[in-house]
Design a protein. Structure first.
Length: 202
């Protein structure tokens, strides 16, 4: 299938274009999420592909940057709705869980930055995933934490990086398309982080 994949969990969003389920173009130079429309247009023109030839849009819905998620999801929903194609919403923590299976120890902690000195995390013990929690990073001092965008905490935790990008999000969307794809845009809710935990805007 042909689709655009958008990683919008940070202020600097990035996109990938897939043709026949193969990544043919990546754009990682968005200074902020407002550059997404131009980046999408550039990738499409570079590969001589028309928007009408897209089969779906894959987009991270959070947790992550409030602005990045809001803008990225709005653009994705707008394109998908106008073309009557599905959107594939991808939860950041679900992606990290999926990616973590192949790395490190069997039992592990998976984290992602929240506000200030807090991070959102879950643990995997005997293959079972716990619920997400938001805590001060000091409570996880010296623990081995697998995750993404945790560089600012590497003096507190033993940080083990898991890569996250629009290309990897796209591959994830291919493998989970049948479960995640939907044309019901109203049911796709962003997952935001605030000072107290995780919120879903229904």
């Amino acid at each position: 299938m042909n689709f655009i994949s958008i990683d919008a969990v940070t202020e600097k969003s990035n996109i990938s274009l897939f043709i026949n389920d193969k990544c043919v173009s990546e754009y990682n130079d968005c200074k902020n999420s407002s550059h997404l429309p131009a980046a999408i247009k550039l990738c499409m023109q570079k590969n001589n592909l028309n928007l009408k030839e897209l089969d779906y849009i894959a987009i991270t819905i959070g947790p992550g940057s409030y602005t990045g998620i809001r803008v990225g999801l709005s653009i994705s929903q707008g394109i998908a709705y106008s073309l009557s194609i599905p959107i594939v919403p991808i939860n950041t923590m679900d992606f990290l869980f999926y990616s973590s299976i192949l790395v490190g120890d069997e039992d592990k902690i998976i984290g992602f930055p929240s506000y200030g000195n807090k991070l959102i995390y879950f643990s995997i013990i005997n293959g079972v995933r716990s619920e997400n929690k938001v805590v001060d990073v000091k409570l996880l001092k010296d623990k081995k934490i697998y995750g993404a965008h945790l560089e600012r905490f590497d003096k507190v935790i033993n940080y083990k990086k898991i890569d996250i990008s629009s290309k990897l999000i796209g591959i994830y969307s291919i493998e989970n398309y049948s479960e995640l794809a939907t044309k019901e845009m109203s049911k796709v809710a962003p997952v935001y982080l605030d000072l107290y935990g995780v919120q879903t805007n229904d």
